[in-house]
Design a protein around this ligand. Sequence first.
Ligand code: NDP
Length: 480
Amino acid sequence: MQHIKNYINGQLIEPVSKTYLDNYNPSNGKVYSYIPDSDGKDVDLAYAAANAAFKEWSTTPKDKRSYYLLKIASLIQKNLDKLALAESIDNGKPVKLAKSIDIPRAAANFHFYGTGILHYSSHAHDMEGSAINYTLRQPVGVAGCISPWNLPLYLFSWKIAPALAAGCTVVAKPSEITPMTAYLLSEICIEAGLPAGVLNIVHGLGGKVGNAIVSHKDIPLISFTGGTVTGKHIASIAAPMFKKMSLELGGKNPNIIFADCDYDKMLTTTINSSFSNQGQICLCGSRIFVERSIYEKFKKDFVAKTKTLIVGDPQNDKTRIGAIVSKSHQEKILSYIELAKTEGGTILCGGKKHSAPGELSEGYYLEPTIIEGLKYDCRTNQEEIFGPVVTITPFDTEEEALMMANSTIYGLASIVWTENLTRAHRMANAIHAGIVWINCWLLRDLRTPFGGVKASGVGREGGFEALDFFTEPKNVCIKL
Ligand code: NDP
């Protein structure tokens, strides 16, 4: 069985401890590879390599850095099928989704920042002829990048690409639950000829490797995507060390449907925004608020359409709902469904495990679940479940919809369906979220700021915001 290796100083190497963790295939519940059980010693090696490479990489001309990023982008694209299959096996997501979204987006991330860095510039401030100020934007140093399991290569590359483009060197940790495509990325970086030490990938547990990166005294910057509780823990360590931090955290996003929406378009998109990637996208709209006059119609149509979604084998191109990423996450989602029942919810469809036949019988499948009859402020409607589970709730007025939408501690994304332009602007203005999608979902322009407010995070990724994050501004004032 395959042993994944760390990528440190341009080499694929074993963890210092020589110990490994089991890596499960969620579609059949079986161990299929081994992950380095790295610790602080491996992080120290990775930091030493990244620090040694920093001087040269940070002064490498932008077009040369761009060359490496574009090379990596094209190699990801060239290996699309292999990477998509690996992502599907590691994560449980339908291979069709990995092929159409995850892997193309990982290539796009490298391509975007490989070209974006060529257009990045800084400001000058003229003091009416007496002096001139110009701002240098200098790479911060060795960047610590930590990412989650739901969109493994997509989110990993969303951090690494801008960091490298900006001239930082990197010590990165993918989720221990889905390490495979990060490992394949190390092979791609070697093939692309990326100089040794520029990117270092250390595999292992969050509590060991992640913690060692966050608390490393010489890593001045942490870019983290993951759960709010982990983000809080990371902030408690990094903030007193005055590290620069970007925290992309959890969400409990509202999907607000007005009676005047384009109904068919809304229904098709709402199926996607509810259940894509088994509902394990931080941007999924898990709380659906529907104007009362169309509530019963929506309920009937939404339930009927959800029942047609094929659950099961991620390798089957017809599958819409693959496996949940791990057994423990499957159990967490099921416990929320039980909680919803005790809170007075009615399960309109799903609500239980899905049994796949034959070799997949031990896989972690769940039926897509719709719940109604819950109060907007109950735990099911306030806490992030992060699975194929949505609630539907009627509303009578715009004010009521807004109040319920804004009632959680989170503020990542939101969706509004209406053909009334004035109302769309009014809602966009009043919703507490970093992202508002009007009459669409997951439509992404990589130049736009990405991130959340309240407990959904601190800072923004995307576009030049990420290049600003990985660089430090320095003002130079020259008296004329
Ligand atoms: P976690 O917070 O559990 O883990 C995220 C990463 O942090 C993993 O690599 C994890 O390692 C690591 N980690 C865990 N503990 C520590 C620690 N003490 N110190 C440093 N690193 C640590 O999140 P999940 O992987 O479960 O991802 C799901 C969450 O991510 C959801 O809440 C979701 O909303 C959020 N998310 C947010 C996005 C956004 O853009 N705002 C996008 C995607 C997801 P390990 O896996 O080994 O534990």
